[in-house]
Write a protein that binds this ligand. Structure first.
Ligand SMILES: Nc1nc2c(ncn2[C@@H]2O[C@H](COP(=O)(O)OP(=O)(O)OP(=O)(O)O)[C@@H](O)[C@H]2O)c(=O)[nH]1
Length: 376
């Protein structure tokens, strides 16, 4: 039986490629798994490891009332989530998704700010919205992930609520979800079993290392047999699924962490360093290939449109030779690019002004350039 790479023992990376580039850690996890607490914990770990190199943190959850760390860029400074719900007549989840979409339209500015700091920081950390699917299955989540991963070595930290994952069925659904994210992003992936102060993650490591262990846990778990003692459909499904997932576990690193006590945080950073190498070895060449392919298809499409345009112009001129003199391009008449105003605020760059630019309102013509006081 194959043994998954789970607890990471490898030393921190000595790679010189992209040495100056910080590693971006995207934290993803089910609501309440402890993402924000985890970000706070790794933030304080990095602050104490090297006070001169604190991480650069982005909060992408527009609906969070309180974040236990100081974000450098906070989506709430740019998008007013309650206002989004009101203006677009949306419920809470639609509001979060739309707020994230609006923020994503300005993500080029975020990348610029991050790139400006790239030499001063070792880690960029993204805290994502509580409702996991809003980030993992939305276009904006994919755009943000791709944008970050194209410019920085990036790793996904999938936060798991360990005490709530001890039932085989819950464990399996959590792993399937993680699997879907891994195959969607194709990025180096770390399973972070959080809350180990309450429940050790050893059971999960055992299940991942040996599917027979998982199957026997499944067999002994209540509700997996029907009234006649036969395995239920769910039981049979999970028995087969664990064989499939065995392959998936080989592509993962897993660490146990307590965001409350700080236990395991060092292991997490060792896994991050190993993931950086993985990114350089596997993800970067793929990215380069995809970029070249995209450039080639784009060039072919452009050449094709240009040829068709030239053909059309030749026909038009042949039909109407006088028209040429009246069709001159006047750059003065070009519309001004309305994207030049700055919307994204780096709190660490300028002292927090107590105001923020609200793109939801600023998008309304009459309200352009209005700065709204941030709600208390
Ligand atoms: N015992 C224990 N509790 C934790 C740990 N990490 C987080 N919690 C608790 O879990 C709860 C949820 O933590 P959050 O950090 O808000 O979780 P989140 O994933 O950011 O939550 P959403 O933003 O709602 O998705 C809080 O009550 C935390 O105090 C941990 O390592 N151990």
């Amino acid at each position: 039986m194959s043994s998954p790479h789970m607890v990471v023992d490898s030393p921190p990376s000595t790679s010189t490629v992209d040495k100056k580039k910080p590693v971006c850690i995207i934290t993803i996890g089910m609501a309440g798994a402890g993402k924000s607490t985890f970000v706070q914990r790794i933030n304080s770990y990095l602050h104490s490891s090297d006070p001169n190199k604190p991480p650069y943190i982005l909060n992408l959850d527009p609906a969070v009332a309180f974040v236990p760390y100081e974000a450098n860029i906070d989506i709430r400074d740019t998008v007013n989530y309650p206002e989004v719900m009101k203006q677009y007549n949306l419920g809470p989840n639609g509001g979060i998704l739309t707020a994230l979409n609006l923020f994503t339209t300005k993500f080029d500015q975020v990348l610029e700010l991050v790139e400006k700091r790239a030499e001063d920081v070792d880690y960029v950390i993204l805290d994502t919205p509580g409702q996991i699917e809003i980030f993992t299955w939305s276009a904006s989540g994919a755009i943000i992930t791709d944008a970050v991963a194209s410019s920085l070595p990036t790793v996904v930290a999938y936060i798991i609520d360990t005490p709530r994952t001890t039932a085989p069925a819950t464990f399996m659904s959590n792993m399937l979800y993680a699997c879907s994210i891994l195959y969607k992003t194709k990025l180096p992936f770390i399973l972070v079993f959080n809350k180990t102060d309450v429940q050790s993650h050893q059971f999960a490591l055992d299940w991942m290392a040996d599917f027979e262990e998982f199957q026997s846990a499944l067999a002994s778990h209540e509700g997996t047999r029907d009234s006649e003692g036969e395995p239920t459909y769910m039981n049979s499904l999970m028995n087969s699924m664990c064989l499939v997932l065995d392959e998936f576990y080989k592509n993962l690193k897993a660490v146990g962490v307590s965001s409350v006590t700080g236990d395991g945080v060092k292991d997490f950073f060792e896994a991050v360093d190993a993931s950086r190498e993985e990114y350089e070895r596997e993800y970067l060449p793929e990215l380069e290939k995809a970029r070249k392919h995209r450039e080639k298809t784009l060039k072919e499409a452009k050449d094709d449109s240009m040829n068709r345009l030239l053909n059309d112009l030749t026909i038009d001129r042949a039909k109407n030779p006088q028209g040429l003199s009246s069709e001159q391009w006047d750059p003065e008449l070009e519309e001004e690019d309305d994207d030049t105003e700055i919307n994204i605020i780096d709190r660490s760059e300028e002292p927090y002004p107590g105001e923020y630019v609200d793109v939801t309102r600023a998008r309304r013509h009459e309200d352009e350039n209005i700065r709204w006081p941030r709600p208390a």
